[in-house]
Design a binder for this molecule. Structure first.
Ligand SMILES: Nc1nc2c(c(=O)[nH]1)N[C@H]1C(S)=C(S)[C@@H](COP(=O)(O)OP(=O)(O)OC[C@H]3O[C@@H](n4cnc5c(N)ncnc54)[C@H](O)[C@@H]3O)O[C@H]1N2
Ligand code: MOO
Length: 395
């Protein structure tokens, strides 16, 4: 059997980062910046007030209280400013440019709030409540480096330096196809032998959580020709495809039957539990990566975390690898098949313990839904005593 690490290494050697595109600002959330972004101007671009109050010359506040004539009113956005001469003041709002001559702002709370003249009761030192030009960013300074993932704050600073568009690697578009004649869309009625289809929902959601776009392409039955047709339809708009089901040893394995003859997708057993049967390869002229995951709901989800998510990271221009682990103390005994790495479902608590959930079967989706962690049991370990320290993947 192939090891988990070897299978992932093969996948990462095949998938490539997506080409960067000029994206509109609104489309950049979750994309990976592919250029250094600089500011054309200092930020703030001009000295301005940090508070609503009065722009003064600090030296005029030597004796308090003092009453000064208010010679002007400046709001944020004001352009024509009167200079503040000795013994004068200007009413000023937060964000408004500092008038020439003034070197401090007295917050309105320290005054009587007058509009013709104002009585000031408290001293403000030079520089008080003044935001200096360039104190956030210098002109020409790099504000974001290529390679970072754009979140809300990063999107904000791109707008804040005046850019409408930016070069970024887009979120990979991933199409999810389920296979199985027994599958019924949620909301429909079950006939004997049928179950509600859940994998495509789980996986499309996991794709989105991994910073990509997930599209459900519905489920197909057990006919390989129908599956090939469905894949063909979606290939043009997909950066990657995920199928579930139809990869083990049964009499009707549509994914294996449809894709094996192409010669570009390999079906193998990977030394893990759950998720042993795995298919991976490329499809079509554009060599779109395809992940043929096992049908059991827990198996397909664990396979996603170990193989698809790192591949999506790589496509996004990020380093892709096995999920990070933390060490936790297990509160019960564990069993694992020899020679296979198990990913058992558990609840990780703030006190550093992890409790295995009841129901470790690869069909037990409800038990997975109770878990927030996968407990990793190495290949050479078959029994783990309660109280042992184990590596755990947070979900
Ligand atoms: N003789 C053997 N039988 C099996 C082996 C084996 O090595 N030899 N491997 C087992 C393992 S391990 C797994 S995992 C499964 C993988 O099976 P398939 O990938 O072929 O998946 P299916 O047979 O289509 O389905 C398995 C199971 O999952 C349910 N399922 C499938 N798709 C969905 C869906 N979209 N939503 C919800 N549930 C789904 C399906 O009804 C089956 O119960 O094979 C073992 N057998
Ligand atoms: O390895 Mo299968 O994925 O047990 O359920």
């Amino acid at each position: 059997m192939k090891s988990v690490d070897a299978h992932l290494a093969g996948i990462l050697a095949t998938v490539r980062p997506l080409a960067p595109l000029e994206l509109e600002l609104e489309q950049t959330l979750g994309t990976t910046l592919a250029e250094d972004v600089t500011s054309p101007v200092p930020l703030p671009p001009f000295d301005n007030s940090a508070m609503d109050g009065y722009a003064v010359r600090a030296e005029d506040l030597a004796e308090l209280p003092v009453t000064l004539p208010v010679i002007d009113d400046v709001a944020a956005g004001s352009v024509e400013l009167r200079a503040v001469g000795p013994g004068h003041t200007v009413r000023i709002m937060t964000g408004a440019p500092m008038p020439a001559g003034a070197d401090a702002v007295v917050p309105v709370e320290w005054t009587d709030g007058g509009t013709v003249s104002v009585r000031i009761d408290r001293r403000a030192e030079a520089g008080n409540a003044v935001r200096r030009a360039g104190e956030d960013v210098q002109a020409g300074e790099v504000v974001l480096k290529a390679g970072i993932v754009i979140g809300p704050a990063q999107l904000g600073i791109i707008a804040g330096v005046g850019r409408r568009r930016v070069l970024a690697r887009p979120r990979p578009r991933v199409v999810v196809v389920s296979t199985g004649a027994e599958l019924v869309e949620p909301g429909g009625t079950l006939a004997p032998g049928q179950i509600w289809e859940s994998n495509s929902y789980t996986l499309a959601a996991a794709v989105r959580e991994a910073g990509a776009e997930g599209f459900r392409a519905g489920s197909v039955g057990d006919d390989p020709a129908v599956l090939l047709d469905r894949l063909d339809t979606h290939l043009v708009r997909a950066d990657a495809i995920i199928t579930t089901g139809g990869v083990s040893m049964g009499a009707y394995e549509p994914v294996k039957e449809a894709l094996s003859p192409l010669g570009t997708v390999r079906f193998e057993k990977v030394a893990m539990q759950p998720g042993m049967p795995q298919g991976f390869g490329v499809l079509g002229e554009d060599e779109v990566p395809i992940f043929a995951l096992p049908g059991n709901p827990v198996s397909s989800f664990v396979s996603f975390m170990l193989f698809v998510r790192p591949a999506l990271d790589r496509m996004r221009g990020l380093p892709g690898g096995l999920p990070e682990t933390v060490t936790a103390t297990v509160t019960g005994p564990l069993r694992s098949p020899p020679g296979r790495r198990s990913y058992l479902r558990g609840v990780l608590a703030p006190d550093g313990t992890v409790t295995p959930v009841h129901g470790q079967g690869s069909h037990q989706l409800a038990a997975l839904a109770l878990a927030n962690a996968l407990i990793v049991v190495p290949e050479d370990v078959t029994e783990v005593e309660s109280g042992s320290a184990m590596e755990v993947v947070r979900l």
